[in-house]
Design a protein around this ligand. Structure first.
Ligand code: MG
Ligand code: MG
Length: 256
């Protein structure tokens, strides 16, 4: 890999390893999604995720990740008004909740980072629409992940889609380059101006992660110092994929 200023360019072999990491991560998220039902604890989801990652000889990237204190789990599991970084616990999922699950897998030194939001049982029409708009905004961003485009093109596409649907994006939490480290340059905000920011180049690998809030863009951190919630406690959702910029179409590394 070649690091120049704010750019980390991966070669084809490195991207191939990231694809393997991403595929394991996708298997984890698929399995976790299948477990989501009323009555299961967020800790049970987390234990299942760790077991699957380790069965591949891979490492849970989030566990021990530095912060206010080392992150204590494999997944972040965030319910309803919790947007990101929720800590798995004995809390149980309830019918009507929406749950955002984020996972990172390190395999042969490279990382896949991906997230989804799902409903628990029957959910409200608004919750359904929030999840759908968040997922679709991810693909609006991915579509812009082309060599020659700028970070602002990705950011603006996500922002326009989310705000066009009457929802909000946070200002403090962003997508990011990812590779041998979970957070590499550049940051990729979910808001921006087309044509602005770093120019995308073949070999860049970036986690695009729209976070979407129903009420306002404002967030705050709970007293556990990790969990980020909407300030007005309105519903939130989160989707993420790790993408490689190529000389052709953008490649989603974190899917099966
Ligand atoms: Mg993530
Ligand atoms: Mg990420």
């Amino acid at each position: 890999m070649v690091v120049v200023k704010n750019e980390v360019i991966k070669n084809d072999q490195e991207i191939a390893v990231m694809r393997e990491a991403g595929r394991i991560n996708a298997r984890v998220l698929k399995e976790v999604k299948a477990l989501i039902e009323p009555g299961i604890t967020t800790k049970a989801l987390d234990e299942s995720a760790e077991e699957i990652i380790r069965s591949y000889g891979a490492i849970p990237t989030f566990k021990g990740y530095p912060g206010p204190y080392p992150f204590p789990a494999t997944l972040t599991v965030s319910l309803n008004e919790e947007m990101v970084h929720g800590i798995p616990s004995g809390r149980t999922l309830k019918e009507g909740d929406i749950v955002s699950v984020d996972c990172g897998t390190t395999y042969k030194g490279f990382i896949g980072d991906s997230a989804f939001t799902a409903g628990v049982g029957e959910i409200s029409l608004e919750a359904n629409r929030l999840i759908q708009v968040t997922r679709e905004s991810l693909y609006k961003g991915i579509e812009q992940m082309r060599a020659g485009n700028h970070v602002g093109d990705v950011s603006a596409a996500i922002q326009a889609y989310v705000e066009g649907n009457g929802f909000h994006v946070p200002r403090k939490y962003t997508g990011h380059g990812v590779g041998s480290k979970m957070h590499e340059p550049p940051q990729v905000p979910n808001f921006g101006v087309p044509g602005k920011g770093l120019q995308l180049k073949e070999g860049m690998t970036i986690a695009i992660e729209p976070m979407v809030l129903v009420g306002t863009p404002k967030t705050k951190v709970l007293s556990d110092k990790w969990t980020v919630i909407s300030e007005d406690r309105s519903l939130t959702a989160h989707y993420e994929h790790t993408i490689a910029v190529t000389d052709k179409e953008p490649v989603i590394l974190t899917r099966l």
